[in-house]
Design a protein around this ligand. Sequence first.
Ligand code: C5P
Length: 222
Amino acid sequence: KNGLQVAIDGPASAGKSTVAKRVAKQFNYIYCDTGAMYRAITLKTIRAGISLDNAKEISAIVKNSKITFAPDDNGQKVFIDGDEITQDIRSEEVTNSVSAVAAIADVRQQLSAQQQAIAEDGGIVMDGRDIGTAVLPDAEVKIFLVASVEERARRRYKENIQKGINTPLEELQLEIEARDYKDSHRKVSPLTKAADAQEIDTTALTIDQVVSEIAKVIKNQL
Ligand code: C5P
């Protein structure tokens, strides 16, 4: 193995991807955003006009799609079947639909298998909801990032404003709560902290502080 498997899980907008990208850079590890994979399938489902509860057709979409990543200054670009969808998968429509797609057992099984293949050789920071519990149960480092829902809504609000989207803060908070509820209550690999994960509450921490906290945990395992 060329380095450790680092699993970073937690609820929506807890800062997982920002932190995971930086940690990966610091250790020269691969970064894999598993949420982007669920979002990519959700986008393709919406574009195909397939209903979000059509498990059979959505499973077929996963089977017949190729999701790929390419490094970029801001993290990475995301592609499905060769088409770039980096921005498109962040739309409100995808964000509010993705939990339904992610609750389909066969979708999870197929995407988890792809994620396990990506992480096989180690040297990877993977973020998501079920990485420490289901995808990489033997990961050497497991982090569970949390933050108050108010703080998470504020962070999303700021990100949105930079992108020119102006959804009211209260609405964002409700969306985040709804998504966490769905992700935590689905039957297959729900969002939950792995027994051996280290929880970090980022509410009052800066990104740098969270990154150095995780770096410490990694260095202890090297
Ligand atoms: O991390 P992000 O917010 O982009 O994830 C989008 C959605 O994808 C989550 O709300 C969840 O429904 C799903 N997801 C998942 N398992 C993962 C990663 C994401 O179910 N490992």
